[in-house]
Design a protein around this ligand. Structure first.
Ligand code: SF4
Length: 303
C-alpha cells in the first residue's frame, strides 16, 4: 500500500494508492467519463476524495427520509411525519460520515444548519404533491443491482425505488433534489434510468414498463416508457464507453475536457486546463506509449 500526499480542493490530503484498473461501470462513473475523462481518472483510478457539498448532502438526506418513510404503515406516510424524520436522519448520516460536520464548521449559532434542514424539509414536503406514498407499496427501496453483460462488462448501481404492479409491470423511480432539466438536456438524466432498465432487463428478463424521474427541486415528474431497442442502444453505447475507458487505463491517456461543469469540479488545482499538474499515474503503462495529450492530439470521444 502506497500513500500519496496531494492537494485537493485547496487542502493537503494523504490518499492510499491502492489503484487498480476499473472493473465495473455505474451510471455516475459513466457520466463522469462522458463529461471529462480526466475527472473519471481522478475519481476512479486516483480515488481522490471529494469535498462534501451542501447540495449533495441534502440530496442524500432527502433520499434517506423518503426511503425510511415506507417503514411506516401506508396510512401514516404523511407529510408531517416525513418532515419529522429529517433531523433524525441527519444525525444518522453524520454518525456514519462524521466528515459532513465540516459543512457547518463556523456556524456557531446553527443558523445555516437550521436553514439547510428547513430546505430539506421543503423538498420532502414537495414530494407529496407529486406522488402519494399512502397508495404506494414499493417492491424495493435503495436496491443495489449488478449484472455482467455477455462481453464481460459489469454494470452496477443503486435504484431508489422499484414498483411492481399486480400485473407484473415494473416501474423504476429515481428522486432528484434538483430541478428538471430543459427538454434538450433530458437525455442525460434518462441515460441513468435506461442504464438501470438495462440491468433489470438482464437480471429479470423483463423490460421495465416505465422509468420515472421525480424532480423535487422543481416539482416535476419526467417519465419514459422504454422498449427493447432503447436498451440495446444503451448497451452498445456502454460497450463503446468501456472500450474507451480500457484504452485510457492502459495508455494513461486521460484527457481533460473542459466545460462549464468545471466550476463544480473539486480538482481544478491539479487539472492541466487550469494550470495544474495531475498526480503521477498510479498504474503501469507500456513504456513505449506516449500519452496523446502530451503529443497535443484531440481527445477521443464516445458521446
Ligand atoms: S476541471 Fe474540468 S477539465 Fe479539469 S478535471 Fe475537472 S472537469 Fe475535467
Amino acid at each position: 500500500m502506497v500513500f500519496r500526499s496531494l492537494s485537493v480542493a485547496g487542502r493537503r490530503v494523504c490518499v492510499m494508492s491502492s489503484s487498480r484498473p476499473p472493473a465495473s461501470l455505474s451510471p455516475s462513473r459513466a457520466s463522469d467519463f462522458m463529461q471529462c475523462p480526466l475527472l473519471y481518472r481522478f475519481r476512479v483510478i486516483d480515488k481522490l476524495p471529494q469535498k462534501p457539498s451542501e447540495a449533495a448532502t441534502r440530496g442524500t438526506l432527502v433520499h434517506a427520509v423518503l426511503e425510511r418513510l415506507f417503514d411506516a404503515p401506508a396510512a401514516e406516510r404523511t407529510a408531517p411525519r416525513a418532515r419529522s424524520l429529517v433531523p433524525g436522519q441527519w444525525d444518522r448520516l453524520l454518525e456514519s460520515r462524521p466528515e459532513l460536520g465540516e459543512l457547518f464548521a463556523g456556524d456557531a449559532e446553527g443558523e445555516r444548519l437550521t436553514r439547510w434542514l428547513a430546505e430539506a424539509e421543503q423538498l420532502v414536503e414537495r414530494w407529496f404533491s407529486l406522488e402519494d406514498p399512502t397508495r404506494l407499496e414499493p417492491a424495493e427501496r435503495e436496491l443495489f443491482v449488478e449484472t455482467e453483460l455477455e462481453s464481460g462488462l459489469r454494470l452496477r448501481g443503486v435504484i431508489d425505488r422499484v414498483d411492481v404492479a399486480p400485473t407484473g409491470e415494473v416501474r423504476i423511480v429515481d428522486y432528484k433534489t434538483g430541478k428538471a432539466p430543459r427538454p434538450e438536456y433530458a437525455e442525460g438524466a434518462l441515460f441513468q434510468m435506461k442504464f438501470y432498465a438495462l440491468v433489470v432487463w438482464r437480471l429479470k428478463r423483463v423490460v421495465p414498463r416505465r422509468l420515472q424521474l421525480v424532480y423535487l427541486g422543481s416539482g416535476e415528474v419526467v417519465t419514459y416508457d422504454p422498449v427493447e431497442a432503447d436498451l440495446e442502444r444503451v448497451e452498445r453505447k456502454l460497450l463503446a464507453l468501456w472500450e474507451a475507458i480500457e484504452l485510457a487505463t492502459e495508455t494513461g491517456d486521460w484527457r481533460p475536457r473542459p466545460t462549464k461543469l468545471c466550476g463544480w469540479c473539486d480538482h481544478q488545482e491539479i487539472c492541466p486546463e487550469f494550470g495544474g499538474t495531475p498526480p503521477v499515474y498510479p498504474l503501469s503503462v507500456p513504456s513505449a506509449e506516449v500519452p496523446a495529450q502530451q503529443a497535443g492530439e484531440d481527445s477521443p470521444s464516445v458521446v
